[in-house]
Write a protein that binds this ligand. Structure first.
Ligand SMILES: NC(=O)c1ccc[n+]([C@@H]2O[C@H](COP(=O)([O-])OP(=O)(O)OC[C@H]3O[C@@H](n4cnc5c(N)ncnc54)[C@H](OP(=O)(O)O)[C@@H]3O)[C@@H](O)[C@H]2O)c1
Length: 338
Protein backbone atom coordinates (compact mmCIF):
# COMPACT_ATOMS: atom_id res chain seq x y z
CA UNK A 1 0.00 0.00 0.00
CA UNK A 2 1.54 3.33 -1.06
CA UNK A 3 0.67 5.35 2.07
CA UNK A 4 -1.26 5.00 5.31
CA UNK A 5 -3.93 7.49 4.33
CA UNK A 6 -5.70 8.47 1.13
CA UNK A 7 -7.48 11.61 -0.05
CA UNK A 8 -11.27 11.70 0.05
CA UNK A 9 -14.13 14.16 -0.07
CA UNK A 10 -15.67 13.68 3.36
CA UNK A 11 -19.11 14.87 4.45
CA UNK A 12 -19.64 15.61 8.15
CA UNK A 13 -22.77 16.45 10.10
CA UNK A 14 -22.12 18.73 13.07
CA UNK A 15 -24.00 18.38 16.36
CA UNK A 16 -26.03 21.44 15.26
CA UNK A 17 -27.23 19.47 12.22
CA UNK A 18 -25.16 21.57 9.81
CA UNK A 19 -23.60 19.53 7.01
CA UNK A 20 -20.10 20.38 5.75
CA UNK A 21 -17.85 18.69 3.23
CA UNK A 22 -14.27 18.92 2.05
CA UNK A 23 -11.11 17.08 1.10
CA UNK A 24 -9.27 15.31 3.90
CA UNK A 25 -7.01 12.30 4.41
CA UNK A 26 -8.63 9.11 5.71
CA UNK A 27 -6.75 6.11 7.13
CA UNK A 28 -6.95 2.86 5.18
CA UNK A 29 -7.94 1.18 8.45
CA UNK A 30 -11.25 3.11 8.29
CA UNK A 31 -12.26 1.61 4.93
CA UNK A 32 -15.23 -0.76 5.22
CA UNK A 33 -14.85 -4.53 4.92
CA UNK A 34 -14.82 -6.04 1.45
CA UNK A 35 -12.61 -8.28 -0.60
CA UNK A 36 -11.49 -5.97 -3.43
CA UNK A 37 -9.47 -2.79 -2.84
CA UNK A 38 -9.54 -0.43 -5.84
CA UNK A 39 -7.35 2.59 -6.55
CA UNK A 40 -10.03 4.88 -7.98
CA UNK A 41 -8.84 6.72 -11.09
CA UNK A 42 -12.16 8.38 -12.02
CA UNK A 43 -15.54 8.86 -10.38
CA UNK A 44 -18.42 11.14 -11.33
CA UNK A 45 -21.23 13.38 -10.11
CA UNK A 46 -24.78 12.03 -10.19
CA UNK A 47 -27.91 13.58 -8.70
CA UNK A 48 -27.72 11.05 -5.85
CA UNK A 49 -24.13 12.11 -5.11
CA UNK A 50 -25.24 15.71 -4.79
CA UNK A 51 -27.88 14.58 -2.29
CA UNK A 52 -25.23 12.60 -0.38
CA UNK A 53 -22.80 15.54 -0.45
CA UNK A 54 -25.42 17.77 1.17
CA UNK A 55 -26.38 15.16 3.77
CA UNK A 56 -29.86 14.39 2.41
CA UNK A 57 -31.40 12.09 5.07
CA UNK A 58 -32.90 9.84 2.39
CA UNK A 59 -29.39 9.00 1.16
CA UNK A 60 -26.87 9.59 3.95
CA UNK A 61 -27.61 7.97 7.29
CA UNK A 62 -24.10 7.68 8.77
CA UNK A 63 -21.43 10.35 9.08
CA UNK A 64 -18.64 10.94 8.24
CA UNK A 65 -19.55 9.89 4.72
CA UNK A 66 -17.75 9.69 1.38
CA UNK A 67 -20.14 10.20 -1.59
CA UNK A 68 -19.63 8.67 -5.03
CA UNK A 69 -21.96 5.99 -6.44
CA UNK A 70 -19.48 5.47 -9.29
CA UNK A 71 -15.84 4.38 -9.29
CA UNK A 72 -13.48 3.18 -12.01
CA UNK A 73 -9.88 2.22 -11.40
CA UNK A 74 -7.33 -0.50 -10.83
CA UNK A 75 -7.47 -3.41 -8.41
CA UNK A 76 -4.77 -3.09 -5.73
CA UNK A 77 -5.62 -6.05 -3.49
CA UNK A 78 -8.11 -8.85 -4.07
CA UNK A 79 -9.27 -11.85 -2.09
CA UNK A 80 -11.73 -12.62 -4.90
CA UNK A 81 -10.28 -15.06 -7.44
CA UNK A 82 -12.09 -13.24 -10.29
CA UNK A 83 -9.92 -10.13 -9.85
CA UNK A 84 -6.14 -9.67 -9.76
CA UNK A 85 -4.04 -6.63 -8.83
CA UNK A 86 -3.69 -4.43 -11.91
CA UNK A 87 -7.12 -5.31 -13.39
CA UNK A 88 -9.09 -2.32 -14.63
CA UNK A 89 -12.59 -2.40 -13.16
CA UNK A 90 -15.83 -0.46 -12.66
CA UNK A 91 -17.95 -0.41 -9.49
CA UNK A 92 -21.29 1.38 -9.52
CA UNK A 93 -24.51 1.29 -7.54
CA UNK A 94 -25.29 -1.27 -4.86
CA UNK A 95 -24.54 0.59 -1.61
CA UNK A 96 -21.52 2.45 -2.97
CA UNK A 97 -21.57 6.12 -1.94
CA UNK A 98 -24.81 5.57 -0.01
CA UNK A 99 -24.47 3.07 2.86
CA UNK A 100 -20.77 2.56 2.11
CA UNK A 101 -17.99 5.06 1.45
CA UNK A 102 -17.94 5.76 -2.26
CA UNK A 103 -15.84 6.83 -5.20
CA UNK A 104 -15.04 10.43 -4.25
CA UNK A 105 -11.78 9.09 -2.85
CA UNK A 106 -8.48 7.67 -4.03
CA UNK A 107 -9.49 4.21 -2.78
CA UNK A 108 -12.67 2.17 -2.28
CA UNK A 109 -13.06 -1.30 -0.82
CA UNK A 110 -16.05 -3.30 -2.06
CA UNK A 111 -17.41 -6.85 -2.23
CA UNK A 112 -16.21 -8.65 -5.38
CA UNK A 113 -19.81 -9.12 -6.53
CA UNK A 114 -20.06 -5.37 -7.09
CA UNK A 115 -17.05 -5.28 -9.40
CA UNK A 116 -17.36 -5.34 -13.21
CA UNK A 117 -14.29 -5.88 -15.40
CA UNK A 118 -13.74 -2.86 -17.65
CA UNK A 119 -14.94 -4.16 -21.03
CA UNK A 120 -12.84 -3.85 -24.19
CA UNK A 121 -13.69 -0.76 -26.20
CA UNK A 122 -13.89 1.73 -23.37
CA UNK A 123 -11.34 3.55 -21.18
CA UNK A 124 -11.65 4.10 -17.43
CA UNK A 125 -12.34 7.77 -18.10
CA UNK A 126 -15.05 6.99 -20.67
CA UNK A 127 -16.67 4.56 -18.24
CA UNK A 128 -17.13 7.41 -15.79
CA UNK A 129 -18.34 9.84 -18.46
CA UNK A 130 -21.13 7.30 -18.71
CA UNK A 131 -21.21 6.27 -15.02
CA UNK A 132 -24.51 5.46 -13.33
CA UNK A 133 -26.22 8.03 -15.58
CA UNK A 134 -25.12 6.16 -18.71
CA UNK A 135 -25.90 2.82 -17.15
CA UNK A 136 -29.41 4.06 -16.31
CA UNK A 137 -29.82 5.40 -19.85
CA UNK A 138 -28.82 1.97 -21.20
CA UNK A 139 -31.38 0.25 -18.98
CA UNK A 140 -34.04 2.72 -20.11
CA UNK A 141 -33.29 2.17 -23.80
CA UNK A 142 -33.29 -1.61 -23.27
CA UNK A 143 -36.73 -1.37 -21.63
CA UNK A 144 -38.10 0.31 -24.78
CA UNK A 145 -36.47 -2.27 -27.06
CA UNK A 146 -37.76 -5.14 -24.90
CA UNK A 147 -41.23 -3.65 -25.25
CA UNK A 148 -40.86 -3.88 -29.04
CA UNK A 149 -40.41 -0.18 -29.80
CA UNK A 150 -38.66 0.26 -33.17
CA UNK A 151 -37.39 3.38 -34.99
CA UNK A 152 -40.13 3.21 -37.65
CA UNK A 153 -42.88 3.75 -35.03
CA UNK A 154 -42.11 7.46 -34.57
CA UNK A 155 -40.29 9.81 -32.28
CA UNK A 156 -39.04 8.89 -28.79
CA UNK A 157 -39.32 11.75 -26.29
CA UNK A 158 -36.58 12.22 -23.63
CA UNK A 159 -37.07 14.59 -20.67
CA UNK A 160 -34.28 16.26 -18.69
CA UNK A 161 -32.34 15.94 -21.92
CA UNK A 162 -29.31 18.06 -20.98
CA UNK A 163 -28.84 16.09 -17.73
CA UNK A 164 -26.69 12.99 -17.31
CA UNK A 165 -29.29 10.28 -17.92
CA UNK A 166 -31.11 12.39 -20.51
CA UNK A 167 -28.08 13.30 -22.63
CA UNK A 168 -26.74 9.72 -22.73
CA UNK A 169 -30.25 8.44 -23.58
CA UNK A 170 -30.41 10.90 -26.51
CA UNK A 171 -27.02 9.69 -27.76
CA UNK A 172 -27.78 5.96 -27.48
CA UNK A 173 -31.22 6.28 -29.09
CA UNK A 174 -29.77 8.34 -31.97
CA UNK A 175 -27.02 5.75 -32.46
CA UNK A 176 -29.67 3.01 -32.69
CA UNK A 177 -31.50 4.95 -35.42
CA UNK A 178 -34.35 6.44 -33.37
CA UNK A 179 -35.76 9.88 -34.07
CA UNK A 180 -35.38 11.66 -30.72
CA UNK A 181 -37.40 14.58 -29.37
CA UNK A 182 -35.36 16.11 -26.55
CA UNK A 183 -37.14 18.14 -23.86
CA UNK A 184 -35.03 20.73 -22.09
CA UNK A 185 -35.53 23.83 -19.99
CA UNK A 186 -32.19 25.24 -21.14
CA UNK A 187 -32.96 27.11 -24.38
CA UNK A 188 -29.30 27.95 -24.81
CA UNK A 189 -28.44 24.23 -24.99
CA UNK A 190 -30.96 23.36 -27.72
CA UNK A 191 -28.33 23.47 -30.53
CA UNK A 192 -26.05 21.24 -28.42
CA UNK A 193 -28.83 18.67 -28.02
CA UNK A 194 -29.09 18.52 -31.82
CA UNK A 195 -25.33 18.06 -32.05
CA UNK A 196 -25.45 15.01 -29.77
CA UNK A 197 -28.27 13.39 -31.75
CA UNK A 198 -31.71 14.91 -31.08
CA UNK A 199 -33.83 15.46 -34.22
CA UNK A 200 -36.23 17.84 -32.46
CA UNK A 201 -35.75 19.93 -29.31
CA UNK A 202 -38.65 21.41 -27.36
CA UNK A 203 -38.99 23.33 -24.09
CA UNK A 204 -40.19 21.82 -20.80
CA UNK A 205 -43.68 23.23 -21.52
CA UNK A 206 -44.15 20.28 -23.91
CA UNK A 207 -44.54 18.13 -20.78
CA UNK A 208 -46.26 20.69 -18.56
CA UNK A 209 -50.01 20.83 -19.08
CA UNK A 210 -52.00 23.93 -18.28
CA UNK A 211 -55.38 22.14 -18.24
CA UNK A 212 -55.11 18.62 -16.82
CA UNK A 213 -56.82 16.12 -19.13
CA UNK A 214 -56.78 12.32 -18.88
CA UNK A 215 -55.19 11.87 -22.33
CA UNK A 216 -53.54 14.13 -24.90
CA UNK A 217 -52.71 13.61 -28.59
CA UNK A 218 -50.42 10.57 -28.84
CA UNK A 219 -47.44 12.21 -30.55
CA UNK A 220 -44.62 9.91 -29.47
CA UNK A 221 -43.95 6.20 -29.88
CA UNK A 222 -42.24 6.00 -26.49
CA UNK A 223 -40.56 8.09 -23.83
CA UNK A 224 -37.64 8.13 -21.41
CA UNK A 225 -38.48 10.24 -18.39
CA UNK A 226 -35.68 11.35 -16.05
CA UNK A 227 -37.67 14.06 -14.25
CA UNK A 228 -40.73 12.50 -12.55
CA UNK A 229 -43.73 14.41 -11.15
CA UNK A 230 -45.99 16.23 -13.63
CA UNK A 231 -43.44 15.71 -16.44
CA UNK A 232 -43.88 11.94 -16.20
CA UNK A 233 -47.66 12.21 -15.90
CA UNK A 234 -47.85 14.33 -19.05
CA UNK A 235 -45.47 12.08 -20.96
CA UNK A 236 -47.74 9.11 -20.27
CA UNK A 237 -50.63 11.03 -21.85
CA UNK A 238 -48.67 11.94 -25.01
CA UNK A 239 -47.42 8.49 -25.95
CA UNK A 240 -49.37 6.69 -28.65
CA UNK A 241 -51.17 3.34 -28.57
CA UNK A 242 -49.19 0.47 -26.94
CA UNK A 243 -46.23 2.77 -26.27
CA UNK A 244 -43.83 2.52 -23.37
CA UNK A 245 -42.48 5.12 -20.93
CA UNK A 246 -39.54 4.56 -18.60
CA UNK A 247 -39.27 6.25 -15.22
CA UNK A 248 -36.04 6.69 -13.24
CA UNK A 249 -35.89 10.15 -11.67
CA UNK A 250 -37.32 12.59 -9.18
CA UNK A 251 -35.59 15.90 -10.06
CA UNK A 252 -39.01 17.38 -10.90
CA UNK A 253 -41.02 15.68 -8.15
CA UNK A 254 -41.95 12.30 -6.69
CA UNK A 255 -45.75 12.63 -7.00
CA UNK A 256 -47.84 11.09 -9.78
CA UNK A 257 -51.21 12.75 -10.23
CA UNK A 258 -52.48 11.10 -13.39
CA UNK A 259 -55.32 8.72 -14.10
CA UNK A 260 -55.34 5.10 -15.25
CA UNK A 261 -56.55 6.10 -18.76
CA UNK A 262 -53.14 5.96 -20.52
CA UNK A 263 -52.90 2.36 -19.30
CA UNK A 264 -56.45 1.14 -19.85
CA UNK A 265 -57.38 3.07 -23.02
CA UNK A 266 -54.03 3.18 -24.83
CA UNK A 267 -52.29 0.12 -23.38
CA UNK A 268 -49.29 2.22 -22.33
CA UNK A 269 -46.64 0.46 -20.25
CA UNK A 270 -44.78 2.27 -17.48
CA UNK A 271 -41.38 0.68 -16.97
CA UNK A 272 -39.50 1.38 -13.74
CA UNK A 273 -35.72 1.65 -13.86
CA UNK A 274 -33.41 0.98 -10.91
CA UNK A 275 -29.66 1.04 -11.43
CA UNK A 276 -28.49 0.34 -7.87
CA UNK A 277 -29.62 -3.28 -7.59
CA UNK A 278 -29.67 -4.28 -11.25
CA UNK A 279 -28.78 -8.02 -11.28
CA UNK A 280 -25.05 -8.52 -11.74
CA UNK A 281 -25.24 -10.62 -14.95
CA UNK A 282 -27.36 -7.92 -16.62
CA UNK A 283 -25.02 -5.24 -15.24
CA UNK A 284 -22.02 -6.84 -16.99
CA UNK A 285 -23.97 -7.02 -20.26
CA UNK A 286 -25.09 -3.38 -20.12
CA UNK A 287 -21.46 -2.31 -19.66
CA UNK A 288 -20.44 -4.44 -22.65
CA UNK A 289 -23.13 -2.78 -24.77
CA UNK A 290 -22.06 0.68 -23.58
CA UNK A 291 -18.50 -0.16 -24.65
CA UNK A 292 -19.49 -1.45 -28.09
CA UNK A 293 -22.67 -1.15 -30.21
CA UNK A 294 -24.28 1.40 -27.91
CA UNK A 295 -21.15 3.45 -27.14
CA UNK A 296 -22.19 7.07 -27.76
CA UNK A 297 -20.28 8.83 -30.54
CA UNK A 298 -20.23 12.20 -28.75
CA UNK A 299 -18.98 11.13 -25.30
CA UNK A 300 -16.29 13.83 -25.26
CA UNK A 301 -18.85 16.57 -25.78
CA UNK A 302 -20.85 15.68 -22.64
CA UNK A 303 -17.77 15.44 -20.37
CA UNK A 304 -16.53 18.03 -17.87
CA UNK A 305 -13.46 16.99 -15.86
CA UNK A 306 -13.02 18.19 -12.30
CA UNK A 307 -10.91 17.43 -9.23
CA UNK A 308 -11.67 16.35 -5.68
CA UNK A 309 -11.01 19.94 -4.55
CA UNK A 310 -13.54 21.39 -7.02
CA UNK A 311 -16.31 18.78 -7.20
CA UNK A 312 -18.52 20.57 -4.67
CA UNK A 313 -18.81 23.55 -7.06
CA UNK A 314 -21.07 21.40 -9.23
CA UNK A 315 -23.27 20.06 -6.43
CA UNK A 316 -25.62 23.04 -6.23
CA UNK A 317 -26.07 23.16 -9.99
CA UNK A 318 -27.21 19.53 -10.23
CA UNK A 319 -29.60 19.95 -7.28
CA UNK A 320 -31.19 22.94 -9.02
CA UNK A 321 -31.69 21.35 -12.45
CA UNK A 322 -28.78 23.29 -13.99
CA UNK A 323 -26.47 20.39 -14.78
CA UNK A 324 -25.40 19.78 -18.38
CA UNK A 325 -23.96 16.41 -19.39
CA UNK A 326 -21.58 14.57 -17.10
CA UNK A 327 -19.15 15.87 -14.49
CA UNK A 328 -16.24 13.42 -14.23
CA UNK A 329 -14.00 13.38 -11.17
CA UNK A 330 -10.30 12.87 -11.98
CA UNK A 331 -8.49 11.42 -8.95
CA UNK A 332 -5.08 11.53 -10.60
CA UNK A 333 -2.50 8.82 -11.11
CA UNK A 334 -0.33 9.56 -8.09
CA UNK A 335 -1.68 8.69 -4.66
CA UNK A 336 -1.29 11.46 -2.07
CA UNK A 337 1.83 11.14 0.07
CA UNK A 338 0.13 11.52 3.48
N1 LIG B 1 -33.51 5.01 -10.76
C1 LIG B 1 -32.19 5.02 -10.85
O1 LIG B 1 -31.52 4.01 -10.70
C2 LIG B 1 -31.51 6.30 -11.21
C3 LIG B 1 -30.21 6.31 -11.74
C4 LIG B 1 -29.65 7.52 -12.12
C5 LIG B 1 -30.37 8.69 -11.94
N2 LIG B 1 -31.59 8.63 -11.37
C6 LIG B 1 -32.39 9.84 -11.18
O2 LIG B 1 -32.66 10.39 -12.46
C7 LIG B 1 -32.72 11.79 -12.38
C8 LIG B 1 -31.75 12.39 -13.37
O3 LIG B 1 -30.43 12.08 -12.96
P1 LIG B 1 -29.22 12.82 -13.66
O4 LIG B 1 -27.98 12.29 -13.05
O5 LIG B 1 -29.42 12.79 -15.13
O6 LIG B 1 -29.49 14.31 -13.13
P2 LIG B 1 -29.20 15.69 -13.86
O7 LIG B 1 -27.92 15.57 -14.62
O8 LIG B 1 -29.33 16.75 -12.85
O9 LIG B 1 -30.37 15.82 -14.94
C9 LIG B 1 -31.68 16.15 -14.57
C10 LIG B 1 -32.27 17.08 -15.63
O10 LIG B 1 -33.67 17.16 -15.41
C11 LIG B 1 -34.13 18.44 -15.82
N3 LIG B 1 -34.86 19.02 -14.67
C12 LIG B 1 -34.36 19.26 -13.45
N4 LIG B 1 -35.32 19.77 -12.63
C13 LIG B 1 -36.45 19.82 -13.37
C14 LIG B 1 -37.77 20.24 -13.10
N5 LIG B 1 -38.11 20.72 -11.91
N6 LIG B 1 -38.70 20.15 -14.08
C15 LIG B 1 -38.36 19.66 -15.29
N7 LIG B 1 -37.09 19.26 -15.60
C16 LIG B 1 -36.15 19.33 -14.65
C17 LIG B 1 -32.91 19.25 -16.21
O11 LIG B 1 -32.73 19.10 -17.63
P3 LIG B 1 -33.22 20.25 -18.68
O12 LIG B 1 -32.75 21.54 -18.11
O13 LIG B 1 -32.53 19.85 -19.93
O14 LIG B 1 -34.71 20.20 -18.74
C18 LIG B 1 -31.78 18.52 -15.52
O15 LIG B 1 -30.55 18.75 -16.15
C19 LIG B 1 -32.44 12.14 -10.91
O16 LIG B 1 -33.65 12.32 -10.22
C20 LIG B 1 -31.70 10.93 -10.41
O17 LIG B 1 -31.83 10.75 -9.02
C21 LIG B 1 -32.17 7.47 -11.00
Amino acid sequence: MPSRTFRSFVVHREASGQVTGGVQPLPFSDLPAGNVLIRVRYSSLNYKDAMAATGHPGITKNFPHVPGIDAAGTVVESEDARFQPGDEVIATGHELGVERWGGWAEFVRVPGDWVVPLPDGITLEESMVLGTAGFTAAQSVQALLAHGITPDQGSVIVSGATGGVGSVSVMILAKLGFEVTAVSGKAVMHPWLKEIGARHVVGREELQEEQPRPLLKGKYAAGIDTVGGPTLTTMLKKVSYRGCVTCCGVAGGAEMNGTVFPFILRGITLSGIDSAWCPDDLRVNYWKLLASEWKPDSLASVKRLTSLESIDRYVDAILHGKNVGRVVLDLGERTSPE
